[in-house]
Write a protein that binds this ligand. Structure first.
Ligand SMILES: Cc1cc2nc3c(=O)[nH]c(=O)nc-3n(C[C@H](O)[C@H](O)[C@H](O)COP(=O)(O)O)c2cc1C
Ligand code: SF4
Ligand code: SF4
Length: 305
């Protein structure tokens, strides 16, 4: 069986036009499935493929003759496009400047985010690498402050119904199962979040998604590599920055809407198709604050051997 995803469980079909194949071997070099061989000076599907063609498209994209086509697993030759010229690509200095200027933004003016910009963000996010193609990332888009607020109100109503999860007796009962770090995180972060999210919302203040005019939720399926939605969300955030929007990643909602019947009902209401191991919300909008300085950040460790 080919590698399964929520979108397809088939391997792709490799078609080679022997008339135009020169046997240069480039497609063989880039196929990480070891699915291609040269026979009699022509490329051919081989017998030692590891998984069967996963439709990464590398062979099609590298072939100088247009001699190889991939069909299936959501891919076809129509998915090829001409690369933008190298001079148009952002260099290191531009990228660093864009990222150094970024701050998490939680204060927005009243302007909505234009449809065109939403499409531009999604276009960039779709270029993200994924564990295995085709991407198994799903995106929920809430494209107005009103939709955002309605979502968050429902989320708080849902939180009220699972408040027992952070009660003292529940935390004491679960302590042996979820370890020291989880216990500290839940007591020190998750429990206060429950309290503050619910109590502030009751006063009309949204400290969950900050009334941003655009919310995107990146999540997977039971098949998705857990890192995929996070990588896509990071690309989306960077795209938002490049379009002059303020952005902020939000980690608090995803873990709370994964388990149990009430969470399933909440997901269903918003067309969230699957529970998934990882997922991330990103908010976007025109910032109403501007920062005058950047802040130097460091990693916990960088070990070179
Ligand atoms: C995975 C992740 C989850 C986050 N979750 C939240 C959140 O739930 N609420 C929030 O206000 N900020 C959230 N943030 C933003 C961080 O608080 C912020 O990135 C951090 O304070 C550093 O500030 P900076 O992004 O301006 O450098 C999150 C950031 C990341 C990367
Ligand atoms: S890259 Fe193209 S031309 Fe070269 S061997 Fe593969 S199919 Fe043939
Ligand atoms: S699409 Fe990828 S996996 Fe399939 S034959 Fe080409 S390089 Fe190999």
């Amino acid at each position: 069986m080919a590698i399964p995803t929520s979108r397809t469980k088939e391997k792709a079909e490799i078609r080679i036009n022997e008339e135009v194949c020169t046997g240069c071997g480039l497609c063989i070099e880039v196929c990480s499935d070891f699915g291609l061989v040269i026979e009699n000076g022509k490329a051919k599907p081989g017998s030692s493929a590891v998984f069967g063609c996963v439709a990464c498209g590398h062979c099609m994209a590298v072939c100088p003759e247009g001699a190889i086509e991939i069909h299936g697993r959501t891919m076809s030759p129509d998915d090829l496009f001409d690369l933008p010229p190298k001079e148009k690509a952002a260099g290191y200095d531009q990228l660093l400047a864009l990222l150094q200027r970024r701050r998490s933004i939680r204060e927005f003016d009243s302007r909505p985010v234009e449809r065109e910009k939403i499409d531009q963000i999604l276009k960039v996010a779709m270029t993200a690498p994924m564990g295995l193609p085709p991407s198994d990332v799903n995106v929920l888009v809430l494209n107005s402050k009103e939709k955002n607020r309605a979502f968050v109100k429902d989320f708080c109503d849902f939180l009220e119904t699972i408040k027992w999860f952070v009660s003292d007796w529940s935390l004491a009962l679960m302590r042996p199962f979820w370890g020291k770090a989880n216990n500290e995180m839940i007591r020190g972060f998750v429990k206060p979040c429950f309290d503050i999210f619910i109590s502030r919302m009751k006063k009309g203040e949204n400290v969950i998604t900050y009334d941003a005019p655009l919310v995107m939720y990146f999540y997977g399926s039971p098949y998705t590599d857990p890192a995929d939605p996070i990588v896509a969300a990071t690309y989306a955030m960077t795209a938002g920055e490049s379009l002059g929007l303020g952005t902020c990643m939000l980690g608090a909602i995803h873990p709370l809407i994964q388990y149990g019947g009430k969470a399933r009902k909440f997901r269903e209401k918003y067309g969230i198709k699957y529970p998934s191991r990882e997922g991330l919300f990103v908010i976007f909008g025109y910032p109403s604050v501007s920062y005058k300085k950047g802040i130097i950040r460091t990693f916990a460790s960088v070990t070179s051997n």
